[in-house]
Design a protein. Structure first.
Length: 127
C-alpha cells in the first residue's frame, strides 16, 4: 500500500494535501484497492461550500458504491472532470492524476485533526 507523505488522511479514507492556499483531495491507495475496479465518479459543482464531514460525491466500483466526504470544510474551486469520463484513473494514480477536488479551506485548523500517514496506516492495519 502506498501513502503520500505530504498528505493527511480522514478515517473515511480521503486524503488531503496542501498546494499553495488550496487543499487537494482524493481517496487513498488503500480505499481504491478495497473498491477494486472504479467505474463511476460523481463530483460536486465548483462554488459549492461544504463543511467538514459533508458528502462531496460518490464513487462506484464493480463491488460497491461509497460516499465521498470532506476531510476539511471549504469552497470547491475545481473538480477533476477527467475522473467522470475515465474513472479507472482512481485505480492507477490515487495520489496524482486521480485527485478529485480542490478547495479553499474555511478553517485551516481542521488540518491538525486529520491522521498523519503513519497514524492512517495504523488505523487500517487494525481494521
Amino acid at each position: 500500500m502506498k501513502l503520500d507523505a505530504n498528505a493527511r488522511y480522514a478515517t473515511s479514507h480521503e486524503w488531503v494535501r496542501k498546494e499553495g492556499d488550496l487543499i487537494v483531495c482524493g481517496i487513498s491507495d488503500h480505499a481504491q484497492a478495497e473498491l477494486s475496479d472504479v467505474v463511476y465518479v460523481e463530483l460536486p459543482e465548483v462554488g459549492a461550500k461544504l463543511a467538514k464531514g459533508d458528502n462531496f460525491g460518490v464513487i462506484e466500483s464493480v463491488k460497491a458504491a461509497s460516499d465521498l466526504y470532506m476531510a476539511m470544510g471549504g469552497e470547491i474551486v475545481a473538480a477533476n472532470q477527467d475522473l467522470v469520463t475515465s474513472p479507472e484513473i482512481v485505480n492507477q494514480d490515487p495520489y496524482g492524476k486521480a485527485w478529485m477536488i480542490k478547495f479553499k479551506p474555511s478553517n485551516l485548523s481542521e488540518w491538525d485533526s486529520l491522521l498523519s500517514p503513519q497514524d492512517y496506516e495504523k488505523s487500517i492495519a487494525g481494521a
